[in-house]
Design a protein around this ligand. Structure first.
Ligand SMILES: [Fe+2]
Length: 389
């Protein structure tokens, strides 16, 4: 994320002596991606960020998945999933996964443990509720409609705030998530045609400077899970600078790109990850050619599975299919999908869609997790034919 930021206190020159007011030196931590060849941040800790006193196994929750076979379009009603309470880290209910990405749904009503995902970046979409995301870089206050992008290996803790449970979709990558390259200049600034820009991104504004001893951090890494105990609180940072940090982006700040005839999904793209993209369908004026058809045409995306999460308004193309708020539709490669019967005719002459949806398109097939089967509406596949089986 090539957007330079300075938070808290840092010394004039990097890698020089930075003295504490009452003696001793702050401890530097350079956190960078792709070795020393890409974005990084330089953090200053009160105590050594390396001082662990325990390392034991953390058994990750079992999350088996099976292939979408026989191949079908699917509809999942996430609001029917277990809402019995949990936290954003240990309460993840796996909906779908492949080698590149894992998608899970969480209903959280309590603070998470301190956690670090060493496998890849996470993008968390807040469907409902609010939270304070505490990180080694500082805190982000997030609420309904926010995407929260957390870089690989960022120590974090999610604390729900407000009365309602927090409902989030967690997208766990096996690499890095960021704005699509075509939105950025060669030097990393958002270009004029991008649907959002630097002013729309919110980063931490002050360090937490937490003080505590023997603090547990759960780490998800390539070999499994490990529970570290740190001698001092990892959030003891007094300042940092750089281009690598967690940030929030409100979907309401996504400026839709529209046209005389129907625009394809890439105009809605918000983020790119390894072998997947994330898109935002926001309320917008629609196609204004006198003969336009505002809903999508039938399409076969031969190289991708398409997951759409319906989070607000009323999605025109899916009317009559049972899809409502909290629904997810999965239209896999190998299956041609399009508007429900009658949607094309109903859309003619309409000039505004009040819809809000988050799409994740993957370039490898998505396997299905137990949570998906627990909330599946199995009649969806047959809704275009108008028969019930
Ligand atoms: Fe589609």
């Amino acid at each position: 994320m090539p957007y330079y930021r300075t938070v808290g206190r840092i010394p004039r020159k990097r890698h020089t002596q930075f003295h504490k007011p009452h003696g001793g030196l702050y401890a530097e931590e350079l956190m960078g991606v792709e070795g020393f060849s890409s974005d990084s941040a330089l953090l200053y800790h009160e105590h050594l960020p390396t001082a662990i006193v325990e390392a034991t196994e953390w058994t990750l929750p079992d999350s088996p998945t099976v292939a979408n076979h026989p191949l079908k379009p699917r509809h999942f009603e996430t609001h029917k999933l277990d809402a019995g309470g949990g936290d954003v880290v240990t309460g993840r209910q796996t909906l779908m996964a492949n080698q590149d990405v894992r998608l899970s749904y969480v209903v959280a009503d309590r603070p998470s443990p301190l956690y670090r995902n060493a496998v890849g970046d996470e993008c968390v979409y807040v469907e409902h509720g609010s939270a304070r995301v505490e990180t080694v870089f500082g805190a982000l206050d997030v609420s309904r409609g926010d995407y929260v992008v957390v870089p690989t290996s960022t120590t974090q803790r999610w604390v729900p705030t407000g009365e309602d449970p927090l409902r989030v979709l967690v997208v766990e990558a096996t690499g890095h998530i960021g704005p699509p390259a075509r939105y950025l200049s060669a030097k990393g600034q958002f270009l004029e045609h991008a649907p959002y820009c630097e002013r729309d991104l919110r980063g931490p504004e002050e360090p937490l400077q937490a003080e505590d001893e023997d603090v547990e951090v759960l780490v998800r890494h390539r070999a499994g899970g490990t529970r570290f105990v740190y001698a001092h609180h990892p959030f003891d940072v007094v300042g940092w600078d750089g281009c690598l940090y967690p940030y929030a982006f409100d979907i309401d700040d996504f400026e839709p790109i529209t046209g005389r005839i129907h625009q394809p999904p890439p105009v809605h793209q918000t983020f790119a990850g390894p072998n997947f993209v994330i898109c935002s369908f926001v309320p917008r004026k629609v196609d204004y050619h006198p003969q336009s058809i505002p809903v999508p045409y039938n399409h076969a995306n031969v190289d991708s599975d398409e997951l759409l999460f319906y989070v607000g308004g009323n999605y025109e193309a899916r009317k009559g299919s049972g899809i409502g708020l909290g629904s997810m539709s999965l239209h896999p490669s190998g299956f041609t999908h399009g508007p429900q019967p009658g949607a094309v005719e109903r859309a003619i002459g309409v000039d505004y869609f009040d819809e809000l949806a988050v799409m994740v398109d993957t370039f490898r097939p998505l396997d299905l997790g137990e949570a998906a089967f627990a909330c599946e509406d199995t009649s969806y596949a047959w809704t275009w034919a108008g028969r019930s089986l």
